[in-house]
Write a protein that binds this ligand. Structure first.
Ligand SMILES: Cc1cc2nc3c(=O)[nH]c(=O)nc-3n(C[C@H](O)[C@H](O)[C@H](O)COP(=O)(O)O)c2cc1C
Length: 286
């Protein structure tokens, strides 16, 4: 391995003592491939197992924390019957040496219109003509919305709640999310709830169009402790292994139309990737 890439393989320890064996995180990516009842599917297990050996930590695609908070094919984390499947998913990831993190989310007003009881922080539709969501009562948000997922995620080691640009799923204002206590009840904000579970510290994870090893190293040098790879790990499940073996020149940064099975990409995810032009760099037909 090139010496300049060694920083990628430096362990990272969270404040709560959980240790990652390297600095690469698999970014949360919805794969639309869970079973219709929200349980973990075989295709999903194969997809994560194929990639987990190339990350210190795998963050799953978002799992719905309520029956009215999911999308077709998304995982669910809103009831106890789901624990065996989520445990199997954690075991598949941990079996490859990575930590397993469940991303929990509520799709809010972005959920498909056929879902009964679309909710949001205010009765404002996502766009003109979309369903007007029912306004969440104060006791329904935010702690009550997240708690089922957080409790279930105790079967895994860490939990991540979807934030950032996704705030508009529940149409929660940025201020509410980051700093304002929940109403007069002395409740806590999302971040307080998550920080408590994370042992008081949430490190920043850099993400977005990081493809080459050099780019990841530069991001670490800028002071960001962890680097998440999303599309790159879909296209190249052996990313870190190739770097470790000095084969970084063999890292694939495009997707061949013939690679679905080699890459263990489930049918629904493959279909979505192929239908959305420009999202992934798909090689033109030869
Ligand atoms: C197929 C796909 C599904 C995604 N689903 C989620 C998701 O469920 N939750 C989330 O926070 N981000 C999601 N993202 C965003 C990624 O986590 C990541 O931030 C983004 O793809 C940018 O990183 P990249 O350039 O390495 O792909 C998704 C991205 C992709 C490509």
């Amino acid at each position: 391995m090139k010496e300049s890439f060694q920083s990628l393989f430096k362990p990272f320890v969270f404040a709560n003592g959980v240790r990652l064996s390297n600095r690469i995180v698999m970014a949360p990516m919805t794969h639309s491939s869970s079973n219709a009842d929200g349980t973990v599917s075989e295709a999903e297990l194969r997809y994560y197992a194929r990639r987990a050996g190339n990350a210190g930590m795998v963050i799953t695609g978002s799992a719905a924390v309520a029956p009215n908070g999911g999308f077709p094919g998304s995982a669910a984390a809103d009831r106890d019957e789901l624990i065996p499947g989520l445990s199997a998913l954690a075991a598949a990831i941990q079996g490859k040496g990575a930590k397993a993190v469940l991303q929990i989310a509520h799709g809010g007003r972005k959920c498909p219109p056929f879902i009964p009881d679309i909710v949001s922080a205010s009765p404002v539709p996502e766009r003109e003509g979309a369903v007007v969501p029912r306004e969440l009562a104060e006791e329904e948000t935010p702690e009550e919305t997240l708690t089922p997922g957080i409790t279930l995620a105790d079967t895994l080691e860490l939990v991540e709640a979807i934030a950032a640009e996704r705030l508009d799923y529940l149409h929660v204002s940025q201020n509410d999310f980051w700093s304002v206590p929940n109403g007069e009840s002395g409740g806590r904000t999302y971040v307080e709830i998550i920080q408590e579970r994370a042992g008081g510290q949430i490190p920043v994870i850099g993400a977005g169009s990081i493809r080459a090893a050099e780019e990841a190293v530069r991001a670490l040098q800028s002071g960001i402790p962890l680097i998440a790879l999303g599309r790159e790990l879909v296209m190249e499940p052996d990313w870190l292994e190739k770097i470790a073996q000095g084969r970084e020149n063999e890292i694939r940064t495009t997707l061949s139309r013939h690679d679905q099975h080699r890459l263990a990409i489930p049918d629904p995810l493959w279909g979505i990737i192929m239908r959305v032009p420009g999202w992934f760099p798909v090689e033109p037909e030869a």
